[in-house]
Write a protein that binds this ligand. Structure first.
Ligand code: PLP
Length: 414
């Protein structure tokens, strides 16, 4: 929104000071954490919110009539309201807490899939999906006989929109399930256009926002998407918590996913009836303290401003692309013009795992491998990549350390 914010207005050192782990050393070197796409570090606000809950006010939620249970329930529901506001969802009933993004997508595959799709219907994914947005649809295909269609990407890593249009043409596609930002390439998909195309073809649309919500403002009402999922641990929150946003009318019409306590209105051996949203999709004791931690993370990020974070990260991406262009033998995979600060690369003869291991000796953490996106690796003709993924607390000095460490890789592999 605010492209005029200059990076210098962004106090990265103050932000770094909020993340206790960033002052740790690795192999005697300062920690250079560039694996935020796999999981982000946690600010003190999250750590304190979670330990504070355990230390001062903890009980199960939605049950006890006593003070601690009421207070814990209020904290859990406050977290839901924070997430609702963050996504600009219309109602808290549209915000379901799940274990992670993977579980949220499986929820939709099982519930919408078994309840509302039938044999012969198609689901469209893209070639750059995380396995979490491929395998649930394959399971559904094997269960009820849907057809799985794949929208390809270009060599640069952009979605081929013309082919997507073709895949929608016969009206068989009932759902488009596509990433908002690629975890490997950083590509930002043209979400608004995809929604319009899907809806005019009669298909619903789910976005996997696991790599998006920490890098850009997401407004589910402006997008008009039917489902949006993300995972807590990549947005500076804890593990064990994820979010499914769904339009209320659709969630209402969907049958439950998991059955058990908390999701019912009444139970007899003959028949059970379901609780209202969001409880219908939150069977069993939820990840209470994790939700509280996620609420603290979202509040922290929103307090700094996602747009400011995005401007800072864009600056680092530009800097990193210049810096890495000077590293011999390095080729970047994923060069879409509209992308987040995720940089996948390969280096000559060096295996990505060797690259990661060598630069770890300099305290630099990057991910290496197929990044849970094997079909995309095949598409790009690589066995894997090394991936540096930038977060709100990274600095130009850390990009320098990455580049210097990669020069060492060259000195070893010649
Ligand atoms: C990490 C990731 C997921 C899965 O997140 P989990 O927390 O493992 O469930 C799904 N999609 C994308 C794009 C991701 O980056």
């Amino acid at each position: 929104m605010n492209d005029t914010i200059l990076p210098m207005e962004y106090d990265v050192e103050a932000i770094r000071a909020d993340f206790p782990i960033l002052s740790e050393a690795v192999h005697g070197k300062p920690l250079t954490y560039l694996d935020n796409g796999a999981s982000a570090q946690k600010p003190r606000a999250v750590i304190d919110a979670m330990s504070g809950a355990y230390e001062h006010c903890y009980a199960n939620v939605h049950r006890g009539a006593y003070h601690f249970s009421e207070q814990t329930t209020a904290a859990y529901e406050d977290a839901r309201e924070i997430v609702r506001a963050f996504l600009n969802a219309k109602s808290e009933r549209e915000v379901i807490f799940a274990k992670n993004a993977t579980e949220a997508i499986n929820l939709v595959a099982y519930s919408l899939g078994r309840g509302m799709l039938k044999s012969g219907d198609a689901v469209i994914v893209s070639e750059m999906e995380h396995h979490s947005n491929i395998v649930p649809w394959q399971l559904l295909r094997d269960m009820i006989g849907i057809e799985l269609r794949v929208a390809p990407v270009t060599d640069e890593g952009e979605l081929q929109m013309d082919v997507l249009a073709t895949l929608l043409e016969d009206g068989k596609a009932k759902l488009v399930a596509i990433t908002h930002v690629s975890n490997v390439l950083g590509t930002i998909t043209p979400a608004k256009r995809i929604v319009e195309m899907a809806h005019s073809a009669g298909a619903k649309i789910l976005f996997d926002g696991s790599q998006a919500v920490m890098h850009m403002t997401v407004d589910v009402q402006a997008l008009d998407c039917d489902f949006y999922v993300f995972t807590g641990h990549k947005i500076y929150g804890p593990t064990g918590i994820g979010v499914l946003y769904g339009k209320e009318a659709i969630l209402d019409a969907m049958p439950p996913f998991l059955g058990g306590g908390d999701m019912i209105s009444s139970v007899t051996f003959e028949k059970s009836t379901w609780a209202d949203l969001p409880a219908k999709f939150e069977a069993g004791t939820p990840p209470i303290v994790e939700a509280i931690g996620l609420g603290a993370a979202v509040k922290y990020l929103a307090g700094i401003g996602v747009d400011k974070v995005a401007a800072h990260e864009r600056d680092l991406l530009t800097y990193a692309m210049q810096r890495l262009a000077a590293v011999d033998n390095l080729r970047v995979i994923g060069t879409a013009p509209n992308k987040t600060a995720v940089i996948s690369f390969v280096m000559g003869e060096a295996h990505p795992h060797d690259v990661a291991t060598i630069i770890d000796q300099q305290g630099v953490c990057v991910r290496a491998g197929h990044h849970c996106a094997e079909p995309l690796m095949h598409r790009m003709n690589v066995v894997g990549t090394a991936r540096a993924s930038i977060g709100m607390y990274n600095t130009r000095a850390e990009i320098d350390r990455l580049a210097e460490a990669l020069d060492k890789v060259n000195s070893i592999f010649g």
